[in-house]
Design a protein around this ligand. Structure first.
Ligand SMILES: CC(C)(COP(=O)(O)OP(=O)(O)OC[C@H]1O[C@@H](n2cnc3c(N)ncnc32)[C@H](O)[C@@H]1OP(=O)(O)O)[C@@H](O)C(=O)NCCC(=O)NCCS
Length: 167
């Protein structure tokens, strides 16, 4: 991710996941590059979109310099993962799990007691990751995605320390 050298040095994120850094709007270019590597072109989020999201109240981002990123936001006592991506060359090294764990920590620190996300029903790697982190299905959105695919709504309990793996 060579673009990273052209942006402000991110702060080191504390908590789980060594190497994770907090990402703000200034890092949107790096985040977009990771997103484009991880998703097919129609699903990749642009630098502009990512910068706009990161500027919103309650929204936060985390970056792993090896090629991982997550965006989430909190509202009241609920939090939501907007997107999570690990570049293909960086997968199966625990980066997705580390991003997820750090997101849980941040959401809980901001007062959230539950963390939600939508995942494509046929996205086996992501569903395996979320299941291993303690997320459970709480709903289904038929035809949620542009290709007509269904989304599964997942929830993780943040109200009890250690309620799910990775917490
Ligand atoms: C889903 C994704 C974020 C996983 O990132 P990752 O860094 O490879 O995940 P991790 O290495 O932390 O994996 C943690 C656990 O998740 C599960 N997992 C992850 N990828 C898996 C795969 N391809 N097949 C089966 N299980 C998988 C495993 O249980 C894994 O533990 P293990 O490696 O000890 O077996 C990554 O594949 C990705 O970016 N995919 C494309 C974008 C996407 O689908 N994002 C989520 C949208 S909701």
């Amino acid at each position: 991710m060579g673009e990273q050298s052209s942006v402000d040095a991110p702060k080191q994120a504390d908590g789980q996941g060594g190497g994770l850094q907090e990402a703000g709007p200034a890092h949107a270019g790096v985040l977009a590059a990771i997103h484009a590597a991880a998703f097919p072109p129609p699903e990749a989020w642009s630098e502009t979109v990512l910068a706009g999201l990161l500027a919103q109240p309650g929204c936060f981002g985390l970056l792993h310099p090896a090629g991982g990123m997550v965006l989430a936001r909190t509202a009241g006592d609920e939090a939501e993962i907007l997107t999570l991506a690990v570049a293909p060359t960086a997968r199966r090294r625990g980066i997705g799990a580390a991003l997820l764990g750090a997101t849980r920590d941040r959401a809980a620190a901001r007062g959230a007691t539950a963390l939600f996300l939508e995942v494509a029903a046929d996205n086996a790697p992501a569903r395996a990751l979320y299941a291993s982190a303690g997320f459970v299905p709480v709903g289904k959105r038929a035809g949620y995605y542009a290709d007509g695919g269904d989304a599964i709504v997942l929830r993780a309990d943040l109200s009890r320390p250690g309620a799910a793996a990775g917490g």
